[in-house]
Design a protein around this ligand. Sequence first.
Ligand code: FES
Length: 155
Amino acid sequence: MQTETIVQRFPKADDYLLEILLAVQNNNPEHYLPEKDLHYIAEYLGIPDSRVSGVVDFYTFFSTKPRGKYIIQVCDNVPCRIRHSQVVINTLEKMLGIHFHETTSDGLFTLEPTSCLGHCDESPVIRINDDVYTNLDSEKVTKIIQKYQAREEKK
Ligand code: FES
C-alpha cells in the first residue's frame, strides 16, 4: 500500500505522529522509514521535518535504514543483563555472523538492542517481530533461530 494512503487515514493532528510512523514502518517490507516518507508525514501534519526525525531518533523501534525480514530485538536493560542476556547476544552474533544494527547478507535477520520488553521476571528476553521469547539461554535461542531458518528454507 502507498504511504500516502496509510497516512491519509489519520486525522491531520500532531497527536497522531507516533501512530502514523508505526503504521508506515509496518507497511514497509524492509521495516524502515525512508527519508521521503518522513518528509511526507511532516508535510501532511504541518510540522517541521526535524520534529518527525526527533521522534524517530528517540524510539529504538524505528529505523531509517532497511532491515531484515525478521527483526531480533534483545532486551538490554539491567534485569536481563543480570540474568545473562550477553550469552544470548553472543549466541545470536555467532549464529548469524552479525552484530547489533546489522542485517544478514540474505536480508533475513536484523539484530538490535532494545529497552525492557515487559517480561523482566522471565529474563533474558528477545522479540522477533511480534513474538516474544523468554527465559532464554544459548540452547533455547539457537533452536528458535533454527526454526525461523527452517521456515525460510521450505519456501
Ligand atoms: S529488563 Fe529485560 S524484559 Fe524487562
